[in-house]
Design a protein around this ligand. Structure first.
Ligand SMILES: [Zn+2]
Length: 268
């Protein structure tokens, strides 16, 4: 994926495979909606694997702007539990010609465990030369109150810079707050000249959530806020036609939301 002078590559770490109606119960609270019954998925089989499972990629995006080698999200790490399997990220990064020490910036869309797996290993930062970056609200939410996140993330504290508002993080990389999934969930807008693309993080897990405003979401800290955020993102993507990818879309592929008569469609 090329956006003007910016090169974007998917860096797969692994995959999560789940029964879709079960995955959408992980976060059921006030914000529940469609997707909780298998029948809801029938018109949307194109988003499921042949065997009916919801396959969610784990990993991140390598964003090369020229001056910066940016890793957006750091996968789940070496992990094989429940529906999650991970561990391939550094090898796949190497396959793109990038060693861990080459990464100048690690930008987290949010701090859930499946986005921070390779932040540190055995208490040491994996990306030794990088500045780690996240929204201040997420750092405050997870560190130190979440024990697992604190163990994973506290070793990067000396390399950490947080943002507290929308704006340009790096040349060609803008952050826009998209709260709800977590307090500091953020969408990244990558731009070069007239070209742009959007990384949606976990504001959306599956494209069906952009098509149907009443679809459920997965694992939100604040489901109602997450829903409002997602609906406004869908409006924008529909109007602009900007290519977008979320952190768990199959193969981390980009697509576009197309307007239709009363019914939006998603095309990879
Ligand atoms: Zn996630």
């Amino acid at each position: 994926m090329q956006v003007g002078d910016i090169q974007i590559d998917a860096v797969i770490d692994g995959i999560a495979r789940a029964v879709p109606s079960e995955a959408y119960r992980w976060g059921v609270g006030e914000g529940s909606g469609r997707g909780l019954d298998d029948a809801d998925w029938e018109p949307h089989r194109q988003f499921l694997a042949d065997d009916g499972m919801l396959e969610m990629a784990l990993g991140g995006f390598l964003v090369r702007t020229g001056a910066h080698v940016v890793l957006v999200d750091a996968g789940i790490g070496v992990f094989n539990r429940g529906v999650f399997t991970g561990g391939a990220m550094l090898d796949n990064l190497q396959g793109l010609g990038v060693a861990a020490d080459d990464v100048t910036d690690v930008v987290f869309t949010h701090l859930h465990f499946d986005h921070t797996g390779w932040a540190t290993v055995d208490g040491a930062p994996v990306f030794r030369n990088a500045t780690y970056r996240c929204d201040a609200a997420d750092w405050a939410h997870f560190v130190p109150s979440d024990e697992r996140a604190t163990r994973k993330l506290s070793p990067i504290e000396n390399q950490l810079e947080t943002w507290g508002e929308d704006g340009t993080l790096l040349p060609g990389v803008d952050v826009r707050r998209a709260p709800g999934h977590t307090p500091g969930s953020t969408v990244l807008v990558l731009s070069s000249g007239d070209a742009r693309a959007v990384l949606l993080g976990d504001a959306v897990h599956c494209p069906v959530e952009l098509i149907d405003d009443e679809w459920a979401t997965i694992g939100d800290v604040d489901p109602n806020l997450a829903k409002r955020t997602r609906i406004s993102l869908a409006r924008e993507l529909e109007d602009s036609g900007t290519p977008a990818a979320a952190a768990h879309f199959p193969g981390l592929e980009f697509g576009r939301l197309l307007p239709g008569e009363g019914k939006r469609t998603w095309t990879f």
